[in-house]
Design a protein around this ligand. Structure first.
Ligand code: BGC
Length: 810
């Protein structure tokens, strides 16, 4: 232990209290021993430091900070160096604003395009997500601020996010859902990590010994602090026993009392308690030193705005640019442009929820277009973003389109489609926007679709646009970046971090995700995103890694060695530009089922026109490995592998075989019992095969008949109590009303998905678990018993909190 001297001076009450937060954003200070508090803030794409009363959903505005593009956008840059630069700027702003730990980056896997928080996450691919996250972390931490990658782990849906159980086999867990975190810890050197709300195979992430002790601490040698997501602690004693260091936000002193009791009755050892205290002491003392060393409480807002623009620029993806008769893009000088779409006036530049940043400034297409060499004839909103019909707006937009050479149509997902606390129900863009697109295309076929959306959408309207440029969510400087690309000032170089399927029903997990009752079954296993489409040979709208350029690249001379690949890339077009070269590995697929191929390396390179470059992509410990559930280790299957170099997952330009020695003879699978997995046909996996994959029976996730403390408030519809069902109906109607207005009500969404246990964890100590159980009793129809528990619990809890405070306030 690093701080035995301090630990020896701490009373057991102080130690227990130290392991949970003191306010919405702060850990507990022990002034008697000069142990400071540390300050946490969201993240991840800007600093959301609240002044005054904190609330974790951003109901109170935060101080202005640079709103960089969210992770989903910057991931399209495939540029680790850029990720590191953004991280540095985030670290600098955090330090300037007095934030010690930045709650991000988020790197959950985009299992389904419908997850409401996909805009906050990097990719459907763990290698790419991990590399980008590690880059952010290095950048943030270089400024003396801790990064806190989240949400560890297997947290890929928002529906009932605080009370759902991810049922997943060990191999899928390792290869898909943990690999990114492994890279973030080992290569990023993350000093903190946030546990997710959900259970993994029946054990909450924050008290999951397999995840936190065996994998994170022992295998990956993580030596930082584990922090719960806000309200994610279920059983604090179990969490501490797994070396989860800090329960957030501020649950009052009940969790501390639980620790004292556990130490007393042998449920927790003093060593376990001290180990947790020691990690946290190391963090708070280091962060205090860092804070002292950092003397500026200012940052260069203009320089960071410019960096936000650079990040957006490198991440814009040119999806389509028909060249017959001539490409519309880049726009010709002085061409007559009609700027249409509400997003041109009020941009969609970030998603909703705890990540929402108050930008230092905000560009719009309407305000910026005057600075570019085109003749903008006007700007018309054309549609209402809440979906209400408006013929007058539509007609004005069509009239404007008729007079122009080119229409820039700004459209995409609305605010309601991309929010924490809520998954999308479909992958479509709001109908009114598409109706307008059809009308515009009739008036003028020269349509450039300028898309804003932080996640994949269906594109049945694709043919109405001659060109499509996807800016994702561009952050505060996204509009200028988009105009730079549209006018050809900069050559687009973004590549998709996720596949765009033709339709939602094509997605691998569409029958399983989101899990509706308690369980979310990961039946599709490792076949996530392109791993599935590619294996199945399914047609997609745009593959993973895809993106066009105004120039052209050629690939040649692939050479393999035992340590990696080398090949030449040439810019054979007539403009300078950047290319993202991607290395995929196709395994032998003899005994082990595998995706057709998997991303194992990439590089972004910039080439002047006519220039060539020798590119090297090395192999690493991950290149050929798979997780063997029998040997419980990373192994290599012996056989011939194909090393593929390409411009995206479905455009392989060079390939070469390589023979790899196997590392074990143990075949973990009974091939005959898992046909769907060997064929890659995983959209409807029978129970028997999923059980074979899991290595045990499928847990029953159906409704048990009575509400429990871990059931979500939205499940009050099951309640026996008329009053509880009424509360459910009231909440649902408030939620619906906010949806009708087109703006998510984050408070309601949070409450909706929160289990009863969460009430005890999120009320700053006013409610304890006994009272929460009383609420459950009442909801189950035992109103009077429930009320007795609530009232009795209230007074006892208040007294106990007061006594404890006295104990530690000296
Ligand atoms: C989110 C986290 C966030 C935390 C604090 C939670 O609801 O899941 O990502 O960091 O709130 O705002």
């Amino acid at each position: 232990m690093r701080h035995t001297d301090i630990i020896n001076k701490m009373t057991i009450e102080e130690k227990a209290a130290f392991l949970s937060g003191a306010s919405e954003w702060e850990s507990r200070e022990i002034s008697r021993l000069n142990i400071p508090a540390v300050f946490f803030s969201d993240g991840p794409h800007g600093i959301r430091k609240q002044e005054g009363a904190g609330d974790h959903l951003g109901l109170n505005a935060s101080v202005p900070a640079t709103c960089f593009p969210p992770a989903a956008t910057v991931c399209n840059s495939w540029n680790e160096k850029l990720g590191e630069e953004v991280g540095e700027a985030l670290g600098e702003e955090a330090a300037a604003l007095g934030v010690d730990v930045l709650l991000g980056p988020g790197l959950n896997i985009k299992r389904s395009p419908l997850c409401g928080r996909n805009f906050e996450y990097f990719s459907e691919d763990p290698y790419l997500a991990g590399k980008m996250a590690a880059a952010y972390i290095r950048g943030i931490q270089s400024k003396g601020v801790y990064a806190c990658p989240k949400h560890f782990a297997v947290n890929s849906q928002e529906l009932r996010r605080m009370a759902m159980n991810s049922v997943i086999d060990e191999r899928t867990l390792r290869e898909i859902y943990l690999e990114g975190f492994e890279i973030a810890v080992k290569e990023g050197g993350a000093k903190a990590i946030m546990t997710s709300y959900n259970e993994i195979n029946g054990v909450y992430a924050n008290e999951n010994g397999h995840l936190l002790k065996e994998i994170l601490r022992e295998e990956w040698e993580f030596d930082g602090i584990v922090v719960t997501d806000w309200g994610a602690s279920n059983d604090h004693v179990k969490g501490v026993a797994c070396r989860s260091n800090l329960e957030m936000p501020d649950p009052g002193l009940e969790p501390a009392r639980e620790l004292l009791e556990a130490v007393e009755n042998g449920g927790l050892t003093t060593e376990e308690l001290d180990a947790c205290v020691d990690d946290l002491l190391e963090a708070v003392l280091t962060l205090e030193e860092n804070r002292k060393a950092h003397c500026s409480n200012d940052f260069d807002a203009e320089a960071h705005h410019a960096l936000a623009k650079k990040a957006a620029l490198e991440s814009i993806v040119l999806l389509k640019n028909e060249n017959k008769p001539l490409p519309l893009l880049p726009l010709k000088e002085n061409c007559r442009v009609a700027l249409i779409g509400d997003f041109a006036l009020v941009p969609r530049y970030q998603g909703a929820g705890s990540s929402m940043v108050n930008p230092t400034q905000l560009e719009t297409m309407e305000n910026m277009i005057g600075k570019y060499p085109v003749n903008c004839l006007g700007c018309e909103p054309g549609y209402r973003r809440n979906g209400e019909p408006d013929e007058a707006l539509k007609n004005a937009a069509v009239r404007l389109a008729q007079t122009a050479d080119v229409v820039l149509y700004c459209f995409g997902l609305d605010e309601l489609s991309e929010s924490e606390g809520m998954d999308r129900e479909h992958m479509r863009i709001p109908k009114k926007q598409i109706e307008l697109l059809e009308a515009l295309a009739e008036a003028n076929p020269n349509i450039v679709g300028v898309l804003s959306a932080g996640s994949a959408v269906e594109m049945p309207w694709h043919n109405y646009c001659r060109s499509i440029v996807h800016g994702y969510l561009g952050g505060q400087a996204g509009a200028g970046a988009m105009l730079d690309v549209l006018t050809g000032k900069v050559n687009p170089s973004g590549r998709l971090n996720e596949t765009y399927p033709l339709k939602y029903e094509d997605t691998p997990a569409f029958r399983y995700c989101p899990g509706r009752e308690r369980n979310s079954e990961y039946r599709e296993s490792i076949f996530v995103g392109y791993r599935y489409y590619d294996t199945k040979g399914a047609e997609v709208q745009y593959p993973f890694g895809y993106g066009l350029s105004y120039t052209e690249f050629s690939y040649s001379d692939l050479k393999l060695s035992s340590t990696g690949t080398e090949f030449t890339v040439s810019n054979i077009g007539d403009r300078d530009g950047a290319e993202v070269v991607q290395m995929y590995i196709s395994g032998p697929k003899k005994d082990i089922f595998r995706p057709e191929k998997e991303l194992k390396g990439f590089r972004k390179i910039f080439l002047k026109k006519g220039e060539s470059m020798q590119v090297r992509i090395p192999f690493d410990e991950r290149t050929f490995r798979y997780w063997n559930v029998k040997t419980e280790a990373w192994e290599k299957e012996g056989g011939d592998y194909v090393v593929c170099i390409g411009a995206n997952a479905m455009d392989i330009l060079l390939s070469e075989n390589i023979r790899i020695e196997g590392s074990t003879q143990e075949n973990p699978y009974d091939t005959g019992k898992m046909k769907s997995y060997y064929k890659g046909e995983i959209q409807d996996v029978p129970d028997s095969e999923f059980e074979e994959l899991l290595g045990h029976g499928i847990p029953d996730g159906s409704w048990s008949g009575e509400l429990g403390r871990n059931d979500a408030i939205c499940q009050l519809y099951y309640s026996k109590s008329v009053l509880a069902r009424l509360i459910y109906r009231i909440l649902t109607s408030i939620k619906k009303k906010s949806e009708a207005k087109g703006k998510p009500d984050l408070n309601i969404l949070f409450i909706y998905n929160m289990p009863f246990r969460g009430i005890a964890k999120m009320t700053h100590g006013a409610v304890n678990m006994y009272m929460a159980d009383g609420m459950v009793e009442a909801a189950n129809g035992h109103l009077f018993r429930g009320l007795r528990m609530i009232i009795g619990g209230f007074f006892r809890n208040k007294r106990q909190n007061r006594e404890y405070e006295k104990e530690i306030s000296g």
